[in-house]
Design a protein around this ligand. Sequence first.
Ligand code: ATP
Length: 307
Amino acid sequence: MRVPAKINLQLAVGPVRGDGYHPLVTVFHAVSLFDEVTVRPATEMALAVTGEDAAAVPADRLNLAWRAARALAQAANVRDGAVGIEIRKRIPAAAGLAGGSADAAATLVACNEIWQVGLSQRDLAEIAADIGSDVPFSLVGGTAVGRGRGDELTPALASGEYHWALAFGRTGLSTANVYATCDRLRAARAKAMGQPLAAEPELSTELMTALRSGDPARVGPLLTNDLQPAALSLRPGLRRTLAAGREHGALGSIVSGSGPTCAFLARDAAHASDLAVALTSSGVCRTAARASGPVPGAMVVRNGRPS
Ligand code: ATP
């Protein structure tokens, strides 16, 4: 299986609800940075992780891919449903790129094939949403609007191909910590300014129009992320990373999801390469890579080719 990372072109976060969740409106965009997940029938569950950040990724039942296999076995009544899972990570962990969700989505699709249980996309999406809010999007990929916890998806009418440079941080950020910091910053600002905590999240119609045009110069200035102030307060050095991208002509510069990865929209593929080289050599990130989007979600690969 091959499964992509996501970035958020818009991430609007509403006030925290009683159950601890934040209502979201987000525009997901899948980019060509892929984990490879191999799933084989087995007599007992096993999981191995290699590659980028492997040491930071649990290799047991805490891994979202493991949870995905178990959840599917239970939902489809597969008795003795065990598989061996190998994850080759290229998506950095705890990076705001939904790498864990990607591996879970890939495992769902693989187990559906291996056990021949014939679950529909809709069934898989339901199981996916129970595993994590980003998992349904990792199944479909492309560009899509997510509402609720991010798991209620509608396709976005986007045209064209977008070229990105992604700047990776030296260590990850905990998503829960970033949300908690966002709440704290909002409460402090509300107290100081006598304003309400946060408005209900709304889809940016300007961004959707720009995406339909396929013109990255229109999309760039409209990228927004409500979690960015929190990510910057936890990692002040990211301000330098974002500034470096702007100095090198990025059309838009944004923290991806809960960070610390920063995503820079380029004019074209050559500019994305130049940006990645400039960001890496300026020392404002661990390393940077170019990627393009949108790309499809979790996909079966046989003999190195998507099938
Ligand atoms: P989010 O989806 O909240 O944006 P993220 O992209 O910031 O998450 P992930 O890479 O999905 O972060 O990992 C978050 C945490 O989940 C990791 O710190 C790790 O402990 C755990 N985890 C579980 N399974 C996986 C997996 N297959 N790959 C990476 N991390 C995993």
